[in-house]
Design a protein around this ligand. Structure first.
Ligand SMILES: NC(=O)c1ccc[n+]([C@@H]2O[C@H](COP(=O)([O-])OP(=O)(O)OC[C@H]3O[C@@H](n4cnc5c(N)ncnc54)[C@H](OP(=O)(O)O)[C@@H]3O)[C@@H](O)[C@H]2O)c1
Length: 163
């Protein structure tokens, strides 16, 4: 499976249940990558989406431990439940889309992480693991510099090193 995330210079990803900044070019990239795929997210991230609704044109799976939680998509109550739900799906079609808790739980299952690096620093309360400090991962691609809202950002790709 893969993960897709936007981070600032400190690998911050969110504050008060919301993204650090909305960059239209990054939103478009996220949509292009995930359209038609399976997206896996935590309950908090679902609630941060417009209208707290699943993403259109994608198979959404939400994780919640709350047995009373329901959504207009599949809900899994544990990591084991999720993995059984994903049996039969192609690994490359599964995208982990956040937030911090779900990224952390599912990183061991990921072989590729698409990281949008925003060249700025924001107050944050949620973080992604710094893959530059993790010897199991290597940076394999850095795209051209982009700029929006007076912020530079780059699309990058990390891969799990082969043993
Ligand atoms: N920058 C980015 O690319 C990006 C992307 C996505 C999200 N974010 C940000 O990340 C922040 C949210 O992250 P978060 O860590 O607070 O929340 P989260 O990971 O979206 O969701 C956490 C919730 O998921 C459920 N959960 C977690 N582990 C589970 C497991 N093993 N089994 C079943 N359910 C499980 C629990 O829901 P219950 O409480 O219902 O049990 C938990 O409260 C927000 O600020 C959001 O904007 C950033």
């Amino acid at each position: 499976m893969k993960a897709i995330v936007a981070v600032d210079r400190n690998w911050g990803i969110g504050k008060d249940g919301q993204l650090l900044v909305r960059l239209p070019g990054d939103m478009k990239y996220f949509k292009e990558k995930t359209i038609g795929k399976i997206v896996v997210m935590g309950r908090a991230t679902l609630e941060s989406l417009p209208g707290a609704k699943p993403l259109p044109e994608r198979t959404n799976i939400v994780l919640s431990r709350n047995p009373d939680f329901s959504a207009d998509c599949a809900v899994c109550s544990s990591q084991e439940h999720l993995l059984s739900e994903l049996i039969g799906s192609k690994s490359e079609d599964i995208y982990v889309i956040g937030g911090a808790e779900i990224y952390k739980t599912l990183l061991p299952y990921c072989d590729t992480v698409y990281v949008t690096k925003i060249d700025g620093e924001f107050p944050a309360d949620s973080y992604y693991e710094n893959l530059d400090d993790n010897e199991e991962w290597e940076l394999v691609f850095t795209g051209e510099r982009r700029e929006e809202k007076e912020l530079a950002y780059y699309f990058t790709e990390y891969r799990r090193k082969s043993l």
